[in-house]
Write a protein that binds this ligand. Sequence first.
Ligand code: FRU
Length: 488
Amino acid sequence: MTQSSRLQKAREYETEKAKLIPEGQKPSFHICSPVGWINDPNGFSTYQGEYHLFYQYHPYDRHWGPMHWGHSKTKDFIKWEQLPCAIAPDEEYDGQGCFSGSALEMNDRQVLMYTGVTEKENEDGEKIVRQRQCIAIGDGINFEKLPENPVITAEMLPEGSSLADFRDPKIWEEDGVFYAVAGSLSEDGSGQIPLFESKDLKKWEFKGILAKCENRYGKMWECPDFFPLDEKHVLIVSPQFMTAKGLEFHGGNNTMYIIGNFRKKEARLEEEAIGSIDYGLDFYAPQTLQTEDGRRVMIGWLQNWDNYMTPDEFLWSGMMTIPRELQIKEGRLIQNPVRELENYRENERIHHGTTEEKQVCFEDVRGRTFDMTVEVSGEYEEFRIVLASDGEFYTTVTFDRKKGLLIFDRTYSGQRKDSICTRTMKAEEENGKLKMRILMDKYTLELFVNDGKQAMTSLIYTDLKADKIFFEGEGKAEFALTMYDIRV
Ligand code: FRU
């Protein structure tokens, strides 16, 4: 199939098929798949004054398949416009998929850098996979792949590096020079992040290894991002095949930040602090951009690889998180929903309550699309917020004050598969209070604790009619809540 026909086919398919999705089924302020499957955010960047987001995309199925890039844009991170499928796997060097990558604006053109995947059988019937970095240049809608592709190959990496696991380039520009980092597997069988440099996007030079996993945090490191923030540099990676470490990292795919000092001459990041980016069940492969007013904003895939929960009747699978503003405070990565969300708040409700005897509920505190902040204090043992409830189904967020733990639990959310339902993280009161901000958008619960010190993001697919919210606890917890509906 020629280039244009494979892309053409995807564009026609998505336009027709998307018409079959029932109105009101999709989330209202989170970006989600147009139709079929999406995973990682790709090419999150500014172009001609708007924010663009691409994503790993298989329009033909609700499960992963040959990767295309889907495409959306927004002026304010909240209201998104769907654009046609951007690129399809239609070249000899990317025929098995256009894997994750990034984008930037260059002289009025939009530059995409992605991983071209090939898979061939050798004479012994063995599968030979190659992942190489490629460039496509366009006008915000249509893209042309460079004749020089692939522009970076694994042969440029240190000896022993995998030729098959080398993907997810993040490109940026600094003083007229282009840089890129990518995920790679080193000879010790675990991740490394090589740094490359180029003057013209076509010829790239390997500069060094920015960071090494050395078998400490999982195996392959996917989807790196690297950027300056508050006097430091931050490397974000999504490690595969991790073993659980206390409450900081769980088994399987995780996301992790490394804060440190960038030794540019040595192409090395000097590590200072490492932590988990999100403690929920559904968060992966985040990517960032810088806004014109200087904010570093991150978006992640709001799903995970191991627990597929998309309801059978949906024609689409996959959502992204609310874009989050990043900061560093006390050596930690802080994240809070973009401030633009506040423009969509409606119908403010303010209440105070005490959970001394029984459940506390308020007539006007219910819903599935809201922004709610709860501050709780007192000498209590446990405080629980029950959400998306209809009596039979519900989801809880519990603060075990004695143990200093915050527990998310979707066991009774109506899940019909035996997937993982709970996750626990450490949480501490600050000045005698725990502050929780919960964003819910139909199927998503994003929890930000103590002004973004920790985030916990998970999916729930409870029927949308289950919209009751109440509060309960053990001991006398006093709480104040402010709630808004979000209307886009
Ligand atoms: C991460 C990832 C990337 C890869 C893409 C394929 O979720 O595995 O490493 O580029 O998904 O869809």
